[in-house]
Design a protein around this ligand. Structure first.
Ligand code: FAD
Ligand code: NAI
Length: 463
């Protein structure tokens, strides 16, 4: 007879492993199926963690090579050992994935090793063995979107996975797609010496971000040496032993030109991944793009089958997947789990960092909401000056009548940490005035947030 569980989670990424842990905490008998050799999904193995390890190493190198002189510190010639950087990245990833294995053992979660496929509404098969469960959660994540005419070989034409594994700094790196992956991984290789050119279909980079922030972001990256081909599409790629020749055309039509690259990074978005899952055997509905369809409580159209994370609608972010994992486990235990989709932060871990929560100006305009803007530059912040990191600003959007915080956008040093305060404020329904009246330690970068909140009422103190 098939082994039976209260809950089987398919996929051990941030959505799946967190859901499994929370369900086990709540007393369920839980199994998690993972086909990769290590736990943690895209995020820990080939996403968030390895990319941040390389961003950190390349930033430390860049600081040592270019950032010390201003502080009166002289060092000899600074060089780097890419093999060691990559090995360190591997160690960071290994420690994290082993950490999840430890948490599974601690919470008595069974790791079923292999690829799951549905055999019926409450039954799956993994490597020829049948398992059943009262509830099954699909948390199978996402994969990178392919582009016709640009065949990925993960050597010359790479996705993020290959771009994290390069054993040599490319002389010329062409990134297709001016989104989060392209700009983060572009930053890694640019800092280590690559000439990075970004080909973006739209006439702006990072389309989901507030327009003013995107513009400042592009200016900053341009100063760092990035080149941008906005409003262009790639129509073909020819790979040779020495590199890749890309053919590009203006998106609106016009003369084609060619771009030479040593490495091409294809990063035009990610899509839901359900390959081999045999959704049809269970009768689970997905949309035309492959996203598993769910209701407000993560239930699919089939009773007892749920889905969370990148495989369903919403931002493809690790912390969004985690929150959904917790909420669903609590709902299955009869509690009132929920996720506030208006308070999910987004962070781009470049330097300067870019962080946001809530609505952009463009979204408020489109919705006809009357709002006020408070802005404050890092240039006018004492700590930023002491650090020598004066680029960027914080921008707060509040309802014109009620003063309620609607959105917050920061480009600047440590923006990803600074945004947390504004996520909390939005979660608690705070006004700009509430944030402005909170005592912020001096001298800290967080005073930029307070001043931006004051500026929403025209009374910033230090500008
Ligand atoms: P995933 O993490 O994709 O996990 C799904 C797991 O399911 C995989 O391990 C897969 O092997 C397994 N699986 C699939 N099918 C089966 C099957 N049939 N049987 C068994 N197992 C199966 N997000 C952030 O918030 N911050 C970041 O800094 C960040 N950086 C990123 C950098 C890169 C380069 C990339 C690619 C992504 C990044 N993301 C980041 C996005 C983040 O990785 C995803 O949003 C997150 O991993 C989604 O979690 P998930 O649990 O839905 O799925
Ligand atoms: P993205 O959606 O962020 O950006 C894709 C970009 O490619 C967009 O600007 C889009 O206009 C452009 N594009 C689309 N088709 C194109 C074409 N044919 N030619 C040229 N440009 C084209 O997607 P990306 O960067 O691949 O990242 C995928 C997801 O992974 C992100 O949306 C994010 O959710 C997640 N991620 C999150 C990170 C973080 O939180 N720091 C880091 C990395 C990834």
């Amino acid at each position: 007879m098939a082994e039976n569980f209260d809950l089987i989670v398919i996929g051990s990424g941030p959505g799946g492993y967190v859901c499994a842990i929370r369900a086990a905490q709540l007393g369920m008998k839980v199994a998690c199926v993972e086909k990769r050799a290590t736990l943690g999904g895209t995020c820990l193995n080939i996403g968030c963690i390895p990319s941040k390890a390389l961003l950190q190493s390349s930033e430390v190198f860049h600081q040592a090579a270019h950032g010390l002189k201003d502080h009166g510190i002289a060092v000899g010639e600074v060089s780097f050992d890419l093999a060691r950087m990559q090995a360190r990245k591997g160690e960071v990833v290994g420690a994290n994935t082993k950490g999840i294995e430890f948490l599974f053992k601690k919470n008595k979660i069974t790791w079923i090793k292999g690829a799951a496929s549905f055999t019926g509404p409450n039954a799956i098969e993994v490597a020829g063995t049948a398992y059943t469960a009262k509830s099954i959660v699909i948390a199978t994540g996402s994969e990178s979107v392919p582009l016709k005419g640009v065949e990925v070989d993960e050597t010359r034409i790479v996705t993020s996975t290959g771009a994290l594994e390069l054993d040599k700094v490319p002389g010329r790196l062409v990134v297709i797609g001016g989104g989060v992956i392209g700009l983060e991984l572009g930053s890694v290789w640019a800092r280590l010496g690559a000439q990075v050119t970004v080909v973006e279909f739209l006439d702006r980079i990072t389309p989901g971000l507030d327009g003013e922030i995107s513009k400042a972001f592009q200016q900053s990256l341009t100063k760092q040496g990035f080149k941008f081909k906005l409003g262009h599409k790639v129509t073909g790629a020819k790979t040779s032993k020495t590199g890749v020749t890309l053919t590009i055309e203006p998106a609106k039509g016009g003369a084609a030109e060619t771009l030479e690259a040593d490495i091409v990074l294809l990063a035009i978005g990610r899509r839901a991944y359900t390959e081999g899952l045999n959704l049809a055997a269970a009768g689970v509905a997905a949309d035309a793009r492959g996203l598993v369809l769910t209701d407000g409580h993560y239930a699919t159209n089939v009773p007892g089958i749920y889905a969370i994370g990148d495989v369903i609608a919403g931002p493809m972010l690790a912390h969004k997947a985690e929150e959904e994992g917790v909420a669903l486990a609590e709902l299955l235990a009869g509690q009132a789990g929920h996720v506030n989709y208006d308070a999910i932060p987004g962070v781009v871990y470049t330097w300067p960092e870019v962080a946001n929560v809530g609505k952009t100006e463009e979204e408020l305009k489109a919705a006809g909401v009357e709002y006020k803007v408070g802005k404050f530059p890092f240039m006018a912040n004492g700590r930023a000056r002491a650090m020598g990191e004066m680029e960027g600003f914080a921008k707060i959007l509040a309802d014109k009548t009620t003063d309620r915080l609607l959105g917050a956008h920061i480009i600047g040093p440590d923006a990803g940490t600074l945004i947390a305060e504004l996520v909390t404020a939005i979660e608690f329904g705070a006004s700009a005035e509430d944030v402005a009246r909170i005592c912020h330690a001096h001298p800290t970068l967080s005073e930029v947030v307070k001043e931006a909140a004051l500026a929403a009422d025209g009374r910033a103190l230090h500008i």
